[in-house]
Design a binder for this molecule. Sequence first.
Ligand code: NAP
Ligand code: MN
Length: 264
Amino acid sequence: MKFAVMSKGDEVSNKLQQRIKTYLTDFELEYDDHEPDIVISVGGDGTLLYAFHQYSDRLEETAFVGIHTGHLGFYADWVPDEVEKLVIHIARTPFQIVEYPLLEVIVRYLDGGKENRYLALNECTVKSDEGSLVMNVEIKGELFETFRGDGLCISTPSGSTAYNKALGGAIIHPSLPSLQLSEMASINNRVFRTVGSPLVLPQHHTCMLKPVNDVDFRITIDHLFLLHKKVKSIQCRVAEEKIRFARFRPFPFWKRVKESFVKD
Ligand code: NAP
Ligand code: MN
């Protein structure tokens, strides 16, 4: 089996990365950061997001596992003290896999330029390049509302504990293939009106954002920021692809939620 180890880049994570490399090589696993069967991310949730994007073109072949060198994470749920145990588990393949849904985003352009397709593990956010964001929101091909405000966030279930949560969105269990649309400070008065509540859409219900005036937008896909010019539409739906996590012990999602947000 081939493996890769990604580090957040700080001293503690780099040291741990080296240790894992040595251990797994001693177990006669092959280090291969081009075509790994398993990717071990060392750092935080942000490091796992980075690892995901690094290998998003081979999701069917790659499994992910995260170790946190800071605070407990949602993707990074192993502590450095457990590294020896984890390494033995990894060496003793095959391992169990848990799949989480992803978000597919397709940005199309007015000038007929080639569309861009992205996969997000946490979310996509859309903001105006300047001033308020004004967007027609279509659901399953029907105009749902015209949004005016700071921006919109479309999150995956596992991303629901990240930016989405800060926007008052619900926490969604990752066994539900769905996406959540939440608002950033919508303008609501006698003229402008939006639903005001986060919406949870099932698989195959496409959410399409269509510009009303401006056509340049700041779009994020997880930690990646991009300015898109002359945008015709932004299409969001649950992706066909999934992320595969290597699971070596039970750590239920609600327990992670409790330990992260309620108490240890
Ligand atoms: P960052 O600024 O370091 O991330 C912000 C925080 O979000 C970090 O504490 C990060 O954990 C945590 N996080 C990431 N994914 C999470 C998840 N699925 N559930 C719960 N917490 C999560 O930047 P980053 O590490 O590159 O992460 C990018 C993410 O930051 C974006 O995808 C977005 O969700 C989030 N974000 C949140 C806000 C907000 O809450 N207002 C604003 C902008 C972006 P680690 O410290 O373990 O990396
Ligand atoms: Mn981070």
